[in-house]
Write a protein that binds this ligand. Sequence first.
Ligand SMILES: [Zn+2]
Ligand SMILES: [Zn+2]
Ligand SMILES: [Zn+2]
Length: 138
Amino acid sequence: METIEQLLESKNIRVTAMRLLIYKFLAENKAAVTLSNIENAFEKADRTTLYRTIKTFEENDIVHQIDDGTGITKYALCEQGCSCDIKTDLHLHFHCNNCNETVCLTKHKIPQIKVPDGFVSENVNLVVKGICDKCSGQ
Ligand SMILES: [Zn+2]
Ligand SMILES: [Zn+2]
Ligand SMILES: [Zn+2]
């Protein structure tokens, strides 16, 4: 198992205390987090630094954005080895209508979506809505 330091270094990201803390925060949260979740968790930190850290993570395939239809962008850690590739790495997301959490279903990859000639896919966002396992009690 790689350490977080090794993971950041392998992506050519300089290791800083703030980056390590934010990575750990994302790893501890099973559900996707919003920028304001991160701001609340690190109240003393500069908001611009927090935002830049998430952007750096996103640009280097450490986190991915999720648009779950709530109008607020959420972020979740990528799996190790993920390159956020539209053909191989995109997975389903599940939004629970009861607890309002959104989780990655990383084992459930998005099937290849065909688009007409002349159209170029850059991203696919597939969100299933319903009741999560915690809320359904199963
Ligand atoms: Zn990814
Ligand atoms: Zn739920
Ligand atoms: Zn995800």
